[in-house]
Design a protein around this ligand. Structure first.
Ligand code: ATP
Ligand code: MG
Length: 373
């Protein structure tokens, strides 16, 4: 039996947990009228919370309804990569050049096309090309998706936004979905040119409910051909964090193999939990902490100790300042850097918490001597 769990960033899960509202609203939006505001979507959240796979799912929904999906990378010049490759390729697929009447990117009825095409400004070029692409469609539309927007330059995003708004103003069928780390998205929303983003439907992804995590674990195992008897405990352990759901599911499945079990029982989950923590540390936590300045490290360790003492995940910044022996105001800069790095998040006024589950425990364990078996 093949292991049905997918503990890999960007790999879509076999069974979807939660997020039904986002998917349903988006489907309604693209099937509905052109002006539906849910056609522009922003997805934010921490590492491993499921942004990329949600974006992929939105793309699949659009594609199922005959829409053209243009995925742009935030690591390149977005408008340029759309203009130079994604859009021409889509047009070629829809209408191979040998059968096309119109050459280049001229669109009948728009007089300024020639100058637009030659223009150095990518915005009119992008707008013109999208119009051409849309002219090949019958009753569908174009979805532009951008992942990891926290890495995009504000200029690039503004170009896409301006072209997008230009099309929306003319009632053309376009949609846009962007995903990125919470801090990055919030920074974008504060930009002066980001009115369009502020109007987009914004979903901040949080952990799955315990019940959703439980169902995802049980159903994924069942679809793979095995019962998950102790899915409840695995779900609790995952804290609803989608990457951990996949990872603990995957390793529990392997443990059941190892133990020669028919189904995944409590024994298998017990074997899997320490392995899951180890894998989480190596693959997610350690890379996130790499090259962190000593002051920030010290801040995180102090948080971990307080969390350990109080047993509460929400930590008061004044208690933290006290434990570090420094005035709270002198720590605000460090706190801001850590939020930027998606290592901690604000948990309300004067409260912070770790952005990743088990990060505190990992920091404490790392300080202890290694037990060699
Ligand atoms: N709704 C879900 N149900 C079940 N599993 C999920 C769900 N969402 C995400 N996952 C799983 O969680 C893992 C991480 O998902 P994803 O790569 O989308 O995270 P991300 O938010 O994009 O992370 P990063 O910020 O590092 O890019 C994957 O293994 C994926 O299969
Ligand atoms: Mg991602």
């Amino acid at each position: 039996m093949n292991n049905p769990f997918r503990p890999t960033f960007g790999a879509s899960p076999l069974v979807w947990a939660g997020r039904a509202t986002v998917l349903g609203d988006f489907e309604t939006a693209i099937l509905g009228s052109v002006g539906n505001p849910d056609r522009s979507i922003l997805i934010s959240g921490s590492r491993g919370i499921g942004k990329t796979v949600l974006l992929t799912e939105l793309e699949d929904i659009a594609a199922r309804h005959g829409w053209i999906v243009l995925r742009a990378s935030a690591r390149e010049r977005i408008a340029e990569s759309l203009i130079e490759s994604a859009i021409p390729e889509a047009i070629n697929r829809l209408s191979p050049p040998q059968r096309r009447q119109i050459t280049g990117f001229s669109v009948a009825g728009i007089g300024s096309v020639q100058t637009d095409v030659e223009s150095r400004d990518p915005v009119p070029r992008l707008s013109t090309q999208l119009r051409e692409l849309i002219s090949h469609l019958r009753g569908t539309g174009v979805l532009i998706t951008i992942d990891e927007v926290q890495d995009a330059s504000p200029d690039d995003l503004t170009q896409v936004a301006v072209a997008y708004q230009d099309l929306v103003r003319d009632d053309l069928p376009v949609a846009v979905a962007m995903a990125g780390l919470t801090h990055g998205i919030n920074t974008l929303l504060d930009l002066p040119g980001a009115t369009f983003l502020r109007r987009a439907r914004h979903y901040e992804l949080g952990p799955l409910t315990l019940e959703d995590a439980n169902v995802a674990l049980a159903d994924t195992a069942r679809d793979g051909g095995r019962a998950f008897d102790d899915s409840q405990r695995a779900a609790e352990f995952s804290k609803g964090y989608p990457y951990l759901v996949q990872l603990v599911g995957y390793l529990s499945w392997e443990a059941a193999d190892e133990l020669g079990l028919e189904s995944i029982d409590a024994h298998a989950v017990s074997d899997a939990i320490p392995l899951t923590l180890e894998r989480l540390g190596v693959q997610v936590l350690q890379p996130a902490l790499r090259d962190l300045p000593p002051r920030q490290m010290e801040y995180l360790r102090a948080m971990a100790e307080i969390e350990d003492e109080t047993g509460l995940s929400e930590i008061s910044t004044s208690a933290l300042a006290e434990s570090l022996g420094r005035p709270a105001t002198s720590l605000s800069d460090i706190r801001a850097r850590l939020i930027e790095h998606d290592l901690i998040t604000s948990a309300g006024w004067g409260l912070i918490e770790f952005a990743q589950p088990y990060l505190g425990q990992y920091l404490l364990d790392r300080g202890r001597p290694q037990r060699i078996s």
